[in-house]
Ligand binder design. Structure first.
Ligand code: HEC
Length: 116
């Protein structure tokens, strides 16, 4: 229930930002609204510092078998594919949040690269 309400209001926020150009600053805003609640070092999601370029599912976190089974690293292309359609990139993943807007994904990926 909470999850459904949260996702609905988050998509409304994402839509209102859809026209913004892709930049790390925009990405940070999007991240704070759509991602941070799970990716701030708590049990809800893995920490994302240094995730760009890192091996997929390599943080100390209870990943799904689906994500653990993925080979490779978080290249731009993999991040883009995952954020566009997580359950297609890794069927069975525990992360359900998708970012349909190309521009918003680009901004978020630019921001992720600043997280060292
Ligand atoms: C409801 C909680 C939740 C939200 C919101 C969320 N994530 Fe996640 N995220 C997860 C979980 C859980 C995993 C691990 C997935 C798995 O094990 O299948 C994950 C995994 C990831 C990974 C891979 C990390 C790794 O170590 O391989 C990235 C990158 C990521 N999320 C980015 C994002 C971004 C960007 C957003 C916002 C658009 C976001 N997440 C929103 C829960 C969430």
């Amino acid at each position: 229930m909470f999850r459904r309400v949260a996702i609905a209001s988050l998509s409304a926020l994402a839509l209102s930002l859809a026209a913004a150009p892709a930049s790390a600053a925009d990405g940070q805003q999007l991240f704070n609204m759509q991602c941070k609640m799970c990716h701030a070092g708590g049990p809800m999601g893995p920490a994302l510092n240094g995730v760009a370029g890192a091996k997929i599912a390599s943080k100390p976190f209870a990943y799904s078998p689906a994500l653990k089974a993925k080979e490779g690293t978080w290249t731009d292309a993999n991040l883009d594919a995952f954020l566009k359609a997580p359950t297609q990139f890794a069927p069975g993943t525990k992360m359900m949040i998708a970012v349909p807007s190309d521009e918003n994904r680009a901004a978020i990926i630019a921001f992720l690269k600043t997280l060292k």
